[in-house]
Ligand binder design. Structure first.
Ligand code: B12
Ligand code: SF4
Length: 425
């Protein structure tokens, strides 16, 4: 059978919109289907938007996040006669909504059910997938299935674990993958890395160091195999583990993405983050000491945040010399505690999912107006990613940071152009 899997394009003003990294879900599923003997093509619209009129397949699969759901539904409508199935985080959180646009929806991880669905043995409209317990049994994602994917010029995503033992109130991860931390063996990961024709890896695990012993074992093997140039997502806690920091530096970790979330103690508590501002400061200096760059991610707009919090966050980021900054506006993703609370209080004012990208305010904050929150975050961002700062990084020969600052500058300009009158507010 011929199967086409599609990842809708991301919201254009996303900080990451210039890094077209594919989600691994469709690639894992495509690889399994290919190994089963089916003909598979994957399209990630950010890399290569297909000519939809020319696409012919027995099954069309679409992967959606909340922010890409609207575009996903639009794509589904282009195939009124084909069997369209949908999955991904948003489909898993709101299967009834998704089912209005397709024949079948998969809730959760789909590796164990995809073949039966495609071959017609599983026919129910909502199919419940199951968490893969033995991640080593999965094949290595075959990126050649993605039309236009060039591994050498793109950061290659690698997933070494699923789930997260924490449960932050704004996060979709535990709703989708659970709190049980499952991980691949170090050797299995190394074999995948060695099989890749890639310059740089991004460990896209939500919490790469949640099980320190296993991460250390993996890093030791990476060191032995001379694998370097990689980045990952970690929590602040890891900076307290000297041995881990040493290994990360020795194996060529270039950048860590850390969910700092807030410098407001009350907000950190409200988010259930289980970290302090002191932990954040310590983490930044520990990574910088080892020449590892820090991408700091903040979530603004809790009931304890006001205008000052936004500007304090900017000042903090500048003072601590965070290399790249992501100021996300709190977004009530379906299924999260934040969503549940705001919904109860009737404070969510739009269900236009395309605005659920962390760059648009979609609810009424408590200590400032929605407009004030939106404008102040934007202004603070503009200060961080100013042309002046971009050029001064360039003149100091901080090339990577300079490139990211120019990117940030152009994304903010685009955001301003696209949202000139803030019509949704
Ligand atoms: C890598 C990553 C990114 C990358 C690439 C993302 C991309 N191409 O969209 C970057 C850094 C660019 C990114 C950006 C963003 N991300 Co992101 N990202 C991830 C991360 C860490 C890993 C994704 C991954 O590969 N997962 C592993 C694979 C195996 O899981 P999967 O893709 O979900 O696939 C499984 C199932 O969903 C299902 N499935 C998936 N597709 C399909 C299709 C069919 C047909 C079927 C049947 C089943 C099925 O089966 C798969 C196998 O089990 C996830 C967290 C996570 N653990 O998933 C967050 C996550 C997806 N991101 C999230 C968010 C919020 C964002 C941003 C909005 C962040 C921001 N504020 O800027 C942007 C939006 C990007 C966009 N597309 O518009 C949220 C999404 C929440 C939601 N409700 O939508 C997540 C869940 C993180 C979180 N903390 O909550 N992200
Ligand atoms: S924000 Fe990070 S630490 Fe918190 S639950 Fe999500 S993945 Fe885990």
């Amino acid at each position: 059978m011929k199967i086409i899997l599609i990842e809708p394009h991301s919201s254009k003003t996303n900080v990451y919109s210039k890094i077209p990294m594919p989600l691994l879900g469709p690639v894992y599923l495509g690889t399994i289907l290919k190994q089963r003997g089916h003909e598979v093509e994957i399209y990630h619209e950010d890399i290569n938007e297909p000519d939809y009129a020319a696409l012919k397949a027995d099954v069309i699969g679409i992967s959606i996040l909340t922010s890409t759901a609207g575009r996903g539904y639009e794509i589904a409508r282009k195939f009124p006669k084909e069997k369209v199935i949908m999955g991904g985080v948003h489909a898993s959180l709101l299967p009834k909504e998704t089912l209005k646009f397709c024949r079948q929806v998969v809730v959760g991880e789909a590796e164990r059910v995809i073949v039966d669905i495609v071959e017609g043995r599983k026919k129910e409209p909502v199919v419940y997938g199951s968490p893969v317990q033995e991640l080593d049994t999965l094949p290595y994602p075959d990126f050649s299935l993605i039309r236009g994917f060039k591994s050498l010029s793109m950061l290659t995503p690698v997933s070494t674990s699923r789930g997260c033992p924490f449960d932050c109130s704004f996060c979709s991860v535990t709703k989708m993958f659970g709190r049980k931390y499952r991980f691949r063996s170090a050797q299995n990961v190394i074999n995948e890395l060695l099989s890749r024709d890639a310059n740089a890896f991004f460990f896209c695990d939500d919490n790469f160091t949640a099980h320190p012993r296993r991460t250390r074992a993996l890093l030791e093997l990476m060191s032995k195999n001379k694998i370097s140039d990689w980045s990952c997502q970690v929590r602040c806690d890891v900076a307290k583990d000297e041995q881990m920091l040493g290994l990360m530096s020795r194996t060529g970790c270039k950048l860590v993405c850390i969910g700092f979330e807030s410098i407001n103690h009350k907000t950190l508590k409200a988010y259930d983050k289980k970290q302090s501002v002191e932990d954040i400061v310590h983490a930044i200096s520990s990574f910088h000491k080892r020449k590892i760059k820090v991408h700091g991610m903040f979530v603004l707009g809790s009931d304890d945040d006001d205008k000052k919090t936004i500007w304090d966050t900017l000042r903090f980021a500048l003072k601590q010399k965070i290399d790249t900054l992501q100021m996300t506006i709190l977004t009530p993703f379906p299924g999260t505690k934040v969503h549940e609370n705001l919904e109860k209080e009737n404070r969510i004012f739009t269900r236009d999912w395309s605005l659920y990208d962390g760059q648009h305010i979609v609810f009424k904050p408590k200590l400032l107006s929605a407009r004030e929150l939106q404008l102040n975050v934007l202004k603070a961002y503009t200060k961080f990613y100013s042309l002046y700062r971009s050029f001064s990084l360039l003149f100091k020969f901080h090339f990577r940071n300079a490139v990211f600052h120019f990117m940030g500058y152009s994304i903010i300009r685009k955001w301003k152009r696209d949202n000139r009158n803030m019509a949704w507010l």
